[in-house]
Design a binder for this molecule. Structure first.
Ligand SMILES: Nc1ncnc2c1ncn2[C@@H]1O[C@H](COP(=O)(O)OP(=O)(O)OP(=O)(O)O)[C@@H](O)[C@H]1O
Ligand SMILES: [Mg+2]
Length: 482
């Protein structure tokens, strides 16, 4: 067969025998251990994998996996990679399937139609994309991908983490894919430089850590980029907060309060920040600073910045603080910092205090109070020698509102609190909660039962809201009667 994508005939590459994979038997489930106390909830009973069809299926998959690895290596040796860059997808698919067909024939391997189709698709993904990860990246229902070594890939769908059927062949295979991703953005990951942050071509956020720091094989986390970010209406429909809370937040953003979105990992901070930004007037000049550009602002006048970690030689770093300092010289109306986690906190608070009201950021914290302590710690860590009272007074005059995002135990994400900072009482920052999520129980399916309610406290900013034309009815501050 003649093909422009096939390398000119040379010595046929030696075919290494695929090592017979050690049969991977599922661990026997221990006998159901009796709980010691009746107060403990019964644990779900795990049954051992059914032998028979499941076993055959696994063997078939293993065999396919071995054939694939071998074919992939041969393909890479046979394909003319330079020509491949200019090939159309259809051309490449045809090419791969025909070369794969030839190799299979040479080896005397016969596959059914379905297996051949799977094999061709997987080979295509290996050659052009990110191998086993490719299918998950293309699956829109998957929002997070978490790899714990080659044999375990968890995915998040609808707020729930589940183990996927997809695996890598072995650690080498996983490392090769990681390498492909990071080398595409000019970074390197190896024993001496064992972790890396990157952004995939589609905008997804990628982090990897490789052995020996990752003990049981490389760890990879991917936060998929959502083309359509959840807006305020989506979040209200999902029950993340109520119409009343949305109206309050609109007034807060439009009247230029400084807002911090606080929350744990993956609790929905960035999503909330992005949704809040939709309340900013289109005439304002907004500058955003992020580690990985995730925010999608709808306004016309937006300048986006992405900080940069140092390169392999430890040079070229542009920290979030550098970006922030520079942003202050770029005449912004508002500054949005994707996440404040270090010394940039000083400049952030200063910006909030000096004419860039309406600035917003997120922090990692579990409650509003906790969020303030985090800010205090960050200031202390930045090496600023200031008495605690002065630090607190700086925070209390800079920050107006703390919005708490939480991922609850049933996977749902909710805005569990909206708290105002009202000033100082002695040495303590005074705060008042305006809205909260009241949990009342748990269904037998472990779904949380609860409702949002106002706390009965009228906003400290209600007069400001009124002056700016956001005259919220007093009823939104009344607690929900259940
Ligand atoms: N209320 C919600 N309902 C359903 N899904 C949500 C909700 N809020 C956020 N998500 C989804 O949850 C995932 C995590 O959200 P997001 O990136 O905003 O979290 P984060 O707190 O910024 O995470 P990180 O700490 O990793 O930066 C995203 O896929 C997002 O689309
Ligand atoms: Mg985030």
């Amino acid at each position: 067969m003649f093909s422009k994508y096939k390398k000119p005939a040379s010595a046929t590459p030696k075919v290494a025998k695929a090592a017979a994979a050690a049969a991977h038997q599922p661990a026997a489930t221990p006998p159901d251990a009796r709980p010691h106390t009746v107060l403990r909830k019964p644990m779900p009973i795990r049954t051992a994998a059914e032998p028979g069809s499941a076993d055959r299926d696994r063997k078939r998959k293993e065999r396919l996996g071995e054939i694939k690895i071998e074919l992939h290596r041969e393909l890479l040796e046979n394909l003319n990679l330079a020509a491949l860059e200019h090939a159309s997808e259809a051309e490449l698919r045809t090419e791969i399937s025909s070369i794969a067909g030839e190799i299979l024939e040479q080896k005397g391997v016969v596959l059914n139609r379905e297996d051949r189709q799977t094999l061709n698709k997987e080979l295509y993904d290996e050659v052009t994309g990110l191998g086993p990860l490719e299918a998950l990246l293309q699956d829109d229902s998957v929002s997070d991908i978490l790899v714990n070594g080659p044999q375990q890939i968890f995915v998040e769908r609808d707020g729930k983490l589940q183990l996927s059927q997809i695996t890598f062949k072995d650690e080498k295979h996983l490392l090769r894919i990681i390498d492909k991703i990071v080398s595409a953005v000019g970074r390197r990951v190896d024993e001496s430089n064992p972790y890396v942050d990157a952004r995939l071509a589609d905008g997804s956020r990628f982090n990897a850590m490789v052995p020996p720091i990752a003990v049981d094989g490389s760890l990879v986390s991917i936060r998929k980029f959502k083309k359509d970010k959840l807006g305020i209406d989506d979040l209200v429909n999902f029950g993340a907060f109520t119409e009343e809370m949305a109206a309050f937040l609109q007034a807060a953003v439009a009247t230029r309060l400084n807002i911090i979105v606080s929350g744990g990992t993956g609790s929905g901070k960035t999503t909330t920040l992005n949704a809040l930004s939709s309340f900013i007037d289109n005439s304002e000049r907004i500058l955003t600073i992020e580690d990985t550009a995730e925010l999608q602002l709808q306004q016309t006048h937006v300048g986006r910045m992405e900080s940069r970690p140092p390169n392999v030689e430890g040079k070229g770093e542009v920290s979030p603080r550098d970006c922030l300092k520079n942003a202050l010289r770029m005449r912004p109306d508002r500054i949005i910092v994707g996440e404040t986690r270090g010394e940039e906190v000083i400049d952030m608070l200063q910006a909030m205090n000096t004419g860039h009201d309406g600035s917003m950021t997120t922090i990692h914290a579990n409650s509003a109070r906790d969020g303030v302590s985090r800010l205090e710690n960050m200031i202390a860590m930045a090496g600023i020698e200031m008495p605690l009272k002065a630090v607190r007074s700086q925070i209390s005059s800079a920050v107006n509102l703390i919005v708490q995002a939480s991922r609850l135990q049933d996977g749902s994400r909710r805005m569990t609190s909206i708290t105002e900072i009202t000033g100082m009482e002695g040495d303590v920052i005074s705060m008042q909660e305006i809205f909260k999520y009241q949990r009342v129980g748990l269904t037998p399916e472990n779904k949380i039962i609860g409702h949002f309610t106002a706390t009965g406290v009228r906003s400290h900013f209600s007069e400001r809201f009124r002056m700016w034309g956001y005259d919220l009815p007093a009823s939104i501050y009344e607690p929900t009667k259940m």
